[in-house]
Design a protein around this ligand. Sequence first.
Ligand code: CDP
Length: 216
Amino acid sequence: MIIAVDGPAASGKGTVARGLARHYGLPHLDTGLLYRAVAHNVRRLDLDPAVEADAVAACDFDDRLLDDLSLRDDETGKLASIVSAHPLVRAALFQRQRRFARQPGGAVLDGRDIGTVIAPDADAKLFVKAAAPVRARRRHAELAGRGADVPYEQVLDDIRARDARDTARDAAPLTQAADAAALDTSTLTAAAAVARAIQLVDERVRVRAGGQGPIP
Ligand code: CDP
């Protein structure tokens, strides 16, 4: 079974994807980490993230880099959303993601274009969202927990700027796939969001198998 989970920054898609992977016993790939790895290399090699050829030159990395905790900082996220707008960067990372999705037994992938580009044939697709101020509060708390002292207003501005970049780009923009179920986590705890996601996936799978279930 392939499960595609997409959504904007701090919407809870990572929590939902990890919860689904645990529940169904599937391997999970956080595809944002791949773009973050490219961003990390761009900085390390002193390249220009806005120049496509520079960003492409940073696409060659070992999977071990994905475990590097520094990939998760805010600056790397911002840089990732710049390098990810280049079509050739997306092309360079495409096969890696598709291979992961199509491994025997299936997988859960989360990102921005899983249901639309990487796994359009997924068995279940979720689009996880939450109001921007809620997402900013979550990200702010996460950063504070890691000792980063960033004002809330700045986190909110960053989230809005990232949303704008991710949805406005020409290459695989962030958008809800026509056949994806929306999951708004604004008022849900992490556990409630995962429980609802499991319900939605079970419904999707039942509908695809020709059984009874709510209309998508
Ligand atoms: O968790 P958060 O949304 O902060 O970041 P992420 O999922 O790690 O993604 C970082 C950036 O990578 C996003 O802002 C997107 O621009 C880009 N990305 C993408 O373009 N396509 C994906 N499948 C995943 C991430």
